[in-house]
Design a protein around this ligand. Structure first.
Ligand SMILES: [Zn+2]
Ligand SMILES: [Zn+2]
Length: 219
């Protein structure tokens, strides 16, 4: 990669085993970012929960990220290296107040809509280890979707990839795709299956973020 992080900025750690403990946050976690504390030292990316040799550290919450796991991808910039803040630390509630002011349903880079979607995806990735099960479609989900001739994206990685390629043309389409991942999983697994329960929990969390940051602008 061209944008090799500088050694000054990068944090280097010895490889160590990933913790297997659950990282479930309280359901209100996204409202109060500052309550989040780190176990230190921590060499694990907050998005993918994998060890990383070079991780970027947020100056505010001290979470660490691989540059291409964070949404949006971290662009190394010398001036901002000390003050860099992750997407989870941006005041998205303030930003979301501008959402209804624009008629164009544009979610390209740097638009208010994009910032909200970036935040929602980061919340899902960083708050719940369960999200790992939805990054790629499970074999059962793929099988069931083939039967149903379902062509919508059924995993979070596909959605993130499409977003980064600016393939989404409206806020509504990506909102529907994210919800579809969870609703679709719930339809493929029995109600008592851990997969179903996990999807239900993540959908509820998603809906609360939607209500807080998007829905209010259309009321
Ligand atoms: Zn990562
Ligand atoms: Zn942060």
């Amino acid at each position: 990669m061209n944008n090799e992080p500088s050694t000054k900025k990068a944090l280097k750690y010895k490889k160590r085993k990933l913790s297997t403990s659950s990282n479930d946050s309280s359901s209100d976690a996204f409202i109060s970012d500052t309550e989040y504390t780190f176990d230190s030292p921590n060499a694990v990316c907050s998005c993918c929960y994998e060890w990383g040799e070079y991780l970027y550290k947020c100056s505010r919450c001290h979470r660490k990220y691989h540059e291409d796991c964070h949404i949006p991808i971290i662009i190394p910039s010398n001036e901002e290296e000390k003050e860099w803040q992750c997407t989870l630390c941006k005041d998205i509630t303030a930003i979301s107040k501008d959402l209804g002011k624009y008629d164009l349903d544009d979610i390209s880079d740097k638009t208010v809509r994009r910032k909200i979607i970036d935040r929602i995806l980061m919340e899902l990735l960083c708050r719940f280890k369960d999200i790992d099960h939805f990054r790629d479609s499970s074999p059962r989900t793929i099988y069931m979707n083939n039967l149903k001739k379902n062509t919508k994206p059924t995993d979070i990685n596909t959605i993130i990839s499409s977003l980064r390629k600016n393939e989404y043309l409206s806020l509504n389409t990506i909102v529907e795709d994210i919800k579809h991942v969870f609703i679709n999983t719930m339809s493929c697994y029995d109600v008592n299956d851990p997969y179903h329960k996990s999807a239900n929990k993540l959908l509820e969390f998603f809906n609360r973020m939607y209500d807080k940051w998007i829905m209010h602008t259309f009321e």
